[in-house]
Design a protein around this ligand. Sequence first.
Ligand code: AHR
Length: 646
Amino acid sequence: MKNLTSLIAAALLAAACSQPAHIFEIAADKPGAEIQSTMYGVFFEDINFGADGGLYADMVKNRSFEFPNAFMGWETFGNVELRTGGPFPRNPHYVHLGYSGHSDKFSGLENEGFFGMGLKEGAKYDFSVYARGTGSLRVAFVDDDTMEERQMFAEDTLFVSDPAWKKYTLAIESPLTIQDAHLRLTLIGDGSLDIEHVSLFPQDSWNGLRADLVKALEDLKPGVFRFPGGCIVEGAELSTRYQWKNSVGPVENRPLNENRWHYTFDYKLFPDYFQSYGLGFYEYFLLCEHLGAEPLPVISCGLACQFQNWDKPEAHVPVKDLGPYIQDALDLVEFANGAVTTKWGKVRADMGHPEPFGMKYLAVGNEQWDYLYPERLVPFVEALREAYPDLKIIGTSGPDSEGKQFEYLWPEMRRIGVDLVDEHFYRPESWFLAEGTRYDDYPREGPKVFAGEYACHGKGKKWNHFEASLLEAAFMTDIERNADIVHMATYAPLFAHVKGWQWRPDLIWFDNLETVRSCSYYVQQLYSLNKGTNVLSLTMDGKPVAGLEGQDGLFASAVCDSGTGEVIVKIANTSAEAQTVRLEFSGVSLGAGKLFSLHSDDPDADNSLEEPCKVVPVESAVKASGSSLDAKVPAQTFQVYRIPVK
Ligand code: AHR
């Protein structure tokens, strides 16, 4: 008898111990709000050498000799002169190479690339130059480091014999892998040559964009692609704002622009950071099409970067003079969508894309604030609505996730009647932990939300690390649960060169040869590849699982995928303890499925060029029993369960 009692007691204890700490109720038989195809997206800005020196694959810096110091990025030797009046009116400078006067001394110039030029053994590179005159031009790669005498390790020669400007090309193979080669052009013999627009692309590229970076974007399957910024849309001054019309047409004639990230907010200087516009609006639209992402251009609303010009009302264009800016917006829609018979539709067609790009969204202004913004936005909205009633217009709630400007701008955006409001939040850990129900109480009428720039900026740890990405994952459960109101979300910034960044954390890092995907990248990817089609209500004790009191640092959301017949549950355990949970799915029976887990024992860990796969999602099998699944969520872990409904 005594034995039986102790057996029963032991069994009860075992049952109590195996009882999960938390029970999640998931309404699997009641698909809710539709998840927009625009979830989840990317935001591209030319910051951190994201365009020139990054995604845009041309390796030659200052290829048209238009930097303020025309030989920035170049070293010259022998008889070399800068001249004006070349073949491209908006890039008038060119270079003349003459005989050095000594048979054993050459004339020429050498380009340093962007932190050098990355070459891969056996890979081929397309060199091109516009030239006129007579002479032999030796094209060579040199290794800056190896020799006192600069060592050439690959070379070929172009022969020019024409008084008229012509484009000359050759392909050159690299016999070795090197991060920081230079490109050396030498006039051989006693010729006389003019050269302009010197260019070098890897053959392994996608439409002139770096193949590995495009692949990283493809693997994200973004639903929307916001471009080209960011602050660069506004410019440090209006004259240096991004002007899309300068970014289309033949690349040789796209004028250079100063990059606003020329210097950072803390005045770190990057004196050689300019925009060649080689990656221009046409290329952005092509990339969006390739990725299957909705293009979302952002245009200047006539306000220069307000961070830099907060005390200078004269820095902005007066409302009465906004005409040309509004015309730029109207013309952009025509460029993207207009018939080939229209002025700007023809420009697009001449560039090789007669079919419209089907642009549906346009953001007017980036991170603007104060009354200065609404008074400028109104005439844009009026003109755009009249010309393009179906276009979805995006306004902004300013640079802060709450506070005075945010409180002022949201009602203004409702009054003006924009379709979506772009919210930005670069916030610390505590914010991400506290905002797990941010969108639950947003009004359901009026503009939808576009979480257009966000990232967890650790307090004292403003760089990529696992904990920050885990908190982003936790916060994103709220975005997902509120799919009826949050229609787009894009982490920021997207790219950063390890040798040229102005801002971090960033989603994807690269050097001249390799790419590395951060922990935050994998969070974005886990959401994007598992976004489902409809939200399912998921609660614990009738409440959203959003890190609330008594919820042990858990955050969760659920969706179903009507296409594949699966339920997908995302759980972030932000606590230092493992949590046992039971997922109870109403009205369905489930079978075997998959679990993707992102975890690191080290909250400071991140992927690096040396260790690119330190923190990556790990896939395993899970099996539900009928309509429930018992699971253990390890401490500091983001999990995605993907289970077919039987
Ligand atoms: O993403 C970096 C910058 O952050 C963007 O340019 C700007 O919109 C924001 O201030």
